[in-house]
Write a protein that binds this ligand. Structure first.
Ligand code: ATP
Ligand code: MG
Length: 484
């Protein structure tokens, strides 16, 4: 997690960065620019790639805007691109691939908005200025005309980019009224770019937060995922909470800001949660993919959401949150379902929230081998993320306590490694399979086979692997006992 926000840039640095990037992508932009010009159309690099070029970030996805209509664009790409696709045709977009480059070319837009509808209706426009004026933020409303490479920056995007601030080209209230999703996008870009959001934009987000409810859950979710996976997610999350947007799209998060009771008997769960997220991000290099890892990050964000509901004040002056893991997992699943996450993501995050406290029963190493096996088996393919979450969940300022917890967890991971090597823990199965069970007991498929299977699995988890003869004897003993 980057510690501090990046410093402001000099305009000359910005200009140098964009010139360098244009040279790098010259093989694509020179060719395309010339093709469109020869056919009498305007073409300009626009939006994300211009902004990112100025920030010294390079990528091979290039967005263009043009005066040509989609069918004209398509003709101009034929014979140049390696592959063309037109799924976005209704919105004016033709996409193509040329070597390693992904290109999207969209016809100038001038949109007529119906304030009650979720999606803007599409109207093609005739000039670049009009197209830039309907974009979300000034840093996204810049273009480079081709083939001449003139920079178009009608709203002062370069200056805003140098100061690392998000502003809207027009009044933010008008912009958010046209498309409330832009409020989520403000938080997302703040998180991705490490930018601050202009106070006028924050004020409009706060005043208009309620309008987000007309946006589909899927579109909100996509912005949330990008925000959470960004380099500065905390910046975006605080903005969502402070403006009241989070209360509508992820209410479990602001609900963590419990009023502290006068004795300060428990930590501020909201601040704790943001610290856990930060620490989980720092631990991502341990994960197979190396990060950013949405599931691990979202689990960190949701791990304590069951606390407000389970808080109890006890007579002896302490506070308890019994079963906040189970309650929190349920709340997490419900929220993710409402946001239309995939079942795989819901199961993964739900499981992590549910298991995040299990390690605390480990004390200073009192778990039996059986308890260690169950830990691994219950976590399944989420075990690495569970390690990250559990380690990240220690936010005590007491260094000795933190060191002790870390060493204890090291020890647990060591035991898991030893047991795994001996037993391939993650794929534990009973010592006999379903066919063997049916053969030994002389029964056909049915409920009893399942019960026998679970009995053998429990036995296996408790005691480790058994020889086939011993497993058979145990199975028959269980079967006899049942029939008495
Ligand atoms: P990335 O693709 O890396 O997430 P990006 O800036 O390309 O970032 P996109 O969501 O792909 O973001 O949008 C491309 C461009 O289209 C933006 O830079 C912006 O100019 C414009 N844009 C996209 N969505 C909106 C919107 N809802 N309102 C106004 N302009 C938008
Ligand atoms: Mg893009």
């Amino acid at each position: 997690m980057p510690d501090a926000l990046p410093p402001p840039l000099q305009i000359v640095e910005v200009q140098r960065a964009v010139a360098e990037e244009l040279d790098r992508i010259a093989p694509v932009i020179d060719d395309l620019g010339e093709r469109f010009r020869a056919a009498g159309h305007e073409l300009a690099l626009v939006g994300g790639p211009v902004r990112d070029a100025m920030l010294g970030r390079r990528h091979n996805d290039l967005d263009f805007t043009t005066s040509a209509r989609p069918e004209q664009t398509e003709k101009l790409l034929q014979g140049w691109a390696d592959a063309i696709w037109d799924m976005g045709r209704a919105f004016g977009t033709i996409g193509c691939r040329k070597g390693d480059w992904q290109v999207e070319i969209t016809t100038y837009r001038s949109e007529a908005y119906d304030p009650s509808s979720r999606n803007p209706s599409v109207d093609f426009g005739d000039d670049l200025a009009g197209d830039l004026g309907r974009r979300d933020f000034t840093v996204n409303a810049m273009a480079v005309r081709l083939p001449g490479r003139e920079v178009e920056d009608p709203y002062g995007g370069i200056v805003d980019l140098a100061h690392r601030v998000l502003r809207t080209p027009g009044r933010p209230e008008d912009s958010f009224s046209d498309d409330p999703l832009r409020m989520m996008r403000a938080a997302r870009f703040a998180a991705q770019l490490g930018f601050t959001v202009d106070p006028s934009v924050v004020a409009a987000m706060t005043a208009m937060a309620g309008r987000i409810e007309i946006i589909s859950a899927e579109r909100v979710r996509d912005e949330l995922v990008k925000l959470v996976c960004a380099p500065y997610p905390i910046l975006g999350l605080r903005l969502l909470v402070d403006t009241g947007l989070a209360a509508l799209v992820l209410p479990e998060l602001p609900a963590l800001a419990l009023e502290r009771d006068e004795h300060h008997r428990h930590k501020d769960v909201y601040e704790h949660t943001l610290t856990v997220l930060e620490q989980a991000i720092d631990l991502e290099p341990r994960l197979p993919g190396g990060g950013p890892d949405f599931v691990a990050r979202f689990a960190a964000l949701m791990h304590d959401v069951g606390k407000p509901r389970t808080r109890r004040f006890v007579d002896d002056g302490t506070v308890t949150f019994h079963h906040h893991d189970v309650v929190g997992a349920k709340m997490t699943r419900k929220r993710m379902k409402a946001l239309r996450f995939s079942n795989d993501d819901i199961d993964a995050v739900g499981l992590l929230v549910e298991l995040h406290l299990r390690f605390h029963g480990y004390g200073s190493g009192e778990w039996t081998d059986s308890a260690v096996r169950r830990y691994v088996r219950d976590a399944g393919d989420q075990i690495e993320r569970l390690h990250v979450l559990t380690r990240a969940d220690c936010t005590t300022r007491n260094r000795r306590k933190a060191d002790r917890l870390r060493r204890t967890y090291d020890e647990l991971e060591e035991r898991i490694a030893v047991l795994s090597e001996e037993e391939e823990l993650a794929s534990i199965r009973p010592d006999l399979d379903g066919n063997q069970i049916m053969e030994i007991l002389g029964i056909g498929p049915g409920r009893e086979v399942g019960m026998a299977y679970r009995f053998l699995l429990e036995l296996r988890l408790d005691g480790g692997p058994l020889e086939p003869e011993a497993a058979k004897a145990a199975l028959l003993a269980w079967w006899d006992a049942r029939r008495q």
